[in-house]
Design a binder for this molecule. Structure first.
Ligand SMILES: Nc1ncnc2c1ncn2[C@@H]1O[C@H](COP(=O)(O)OP(=O)(O)OP(=O)(O)O)[C@@H](O)[C@H]1O
Ligand SMILES: [Mg+2]
Length: 372
């Protein structure tokens, strides 16, 4: 997959700008605040209908404006081109179209224009709360398995309704409709079993890719990832296990005013030499795991979608040591379309990055000049 052209209107600091990209390595060069990350954010927003930084479209509209527009021309490995447009007119009105056909749900676009981003904010993936890892894996699996995305949405809807009842009970004793909650839990058990199955199956695949990516970066330590559910489903009939767990936890859930068990509490945990990375990992160890996760993400998408994802590498050289940054760029170069942001080109060259033949975009106060 590659993006050939991008137009941004009233997107962050850009009033109106169009640019074209090279097929392989694109270097976005400019001072701090010049608007480099914004370009990566625009590409991600087109492919996923959301930014990687915020869920609030109001933050993305240029200050003083309500709304923004993005347009991207993507091409797959067979050369088929698709024009994606995203238009936000107000907090309530957002339309996404592919080849001039408006989409009615995110599921219609997720997985079509795969990309992998590595930004300073991604550090949260290994440092942050379990919620962040759940979101990461949900996004990844949704791209290769549209049914998974649908089931997640169903699960979220049921959970919201259930939690509202529990909360009303915990707050002011509003009686629980036992029949309704038991119907909800039957439905929830059914979706939970399917989510569980999909997670187990896909993560087995993901883990293989993760371990081999990590091994290339670091041979001295061993990385393991575990998928841990708070409902045991070891012996057959997973749906039955979930149903029972939901019945058993109802009293506690009523006391706490929330649903304590189920896939929304699943854990995805990294272990380095058998120790929980989140608790014991050093900064450098976290970074290496993160990079391995991103490589694995890329391979996973490629295997399932038969399309090489676009790599959006923000501030790579500031984040990682030179040796490993170079290794990443070199291993992707010529196979993927990659975007690298940089404030100091001389520094990149000094570190041994050969930018000959790469597409260089100089970004200066919302204006863009292309070279090469
Ligand atoms: N909604 C907005 N409207 C107008 N300007 C914005 C908006 N959001 C962010 N900006 C401005 O855009 C600039 C940030 O752009 P961006 O993050 O793309 O820069 P960058 O080139 O990646 O910088 P750095 O090298 O520091 O990471 C900042 O000057 C910021 O104040
Ligand atoms: Mg930036």
């Amino acid at each position: 997959m590659l993006i050939k052209a991008l137009t941004m209107i009233d997107f962050r600091k850009y009033e109106q700008v169009s640019m074209e990209f090279g097929q392989y390595t694109n270097i976005l060069h400019g001072e701090n605040g010049a608007g480099k990350t914004t370009i990566l954010e625009a590409i991600h927003s087109l492919a996923y209908t959301r930014s990687f930084k915020t869920r609030l479209d109001a933050d993305l509209s240029r200050h003083g404006q309500v709304g923004y527009q993005l347009k991207g021309v993507f091409a797959n490995h067979q050369g088929d081109e698709h024009e994606v447009r995203l238009k936000v007119e107000s907090a309530r009105k957002k339309t996404v179209s592919v080849d001039n056909k408006n989409l009615s749900s995110r599921a219609q676009i997720i997985g079509q224009f795969p990309s992998v981003s590595l930004t300073p904010e991604d550090g949260e993936l290994t440092f942050g709360s379990p919620e962040i890892r759940r979101l990461f894996f949900n996004k990844l699996l949704s791209q290769v398995d549209p049914v998974y995305l649908e089931q997640l949405q169903t699960y979220a809807r049921i959970l919201k309704q259930r939690n509202a009842m529990l909360q009303a009970y915990a707050n002011d004793g509003t009686a629980i409709d036992r029949i309704l909650i038991s119907t909800l839990d039957d439905q929830r058990a059914q979706v939970s079993a399917r989510l569980h199955e999909a997670r187990s199956k896909h993560l087995t695949e993901f883990k293989k890719l993760l371990y081999s990516a990590y091994e290339q970066l670091e041979q001295e330590k061993s990385l393991k990832m575990a998928f841990i559910s708070n409902v045991r489903t070891t012996s057959g009939d997973p749906e039955g296990h979930y149903r029972k767990a939901y019945q058993d936890s109802l009293a506690e859930d009523m006391r706490k005013g929330t649903s304590t068990r189920g896939p929304h509490r699943d854990l995805f945990t990294f272990f380095l030499n058998t120790k929980d990375l989140r608790k014991f990992g050093s900064q450098g160890e976290h970074k290496l795991v993160l990079v391995a996760v991103k490589f694995a993400e890329g391979h996973f998408l490629e295997n399932f979608l038969n399309e090489t994802p676009i790599f959006l590498l923000d501030d790579l050289f500031a984040e990682l040591d030179v040796k490993r940054s170079l290794m990443i760029v070199e291993s992707l170069r010529g196979k993927h379309q990659i975007f690298i942001t940089a404030t100091d080109l001389a520094d990149l060259r000094h570190h041994g990055l050969n930018v000959e033949g790469d597409t260089l975009q100089i970004i200066d106060a919302g204006k863009i000049q292309a070279h090469g």
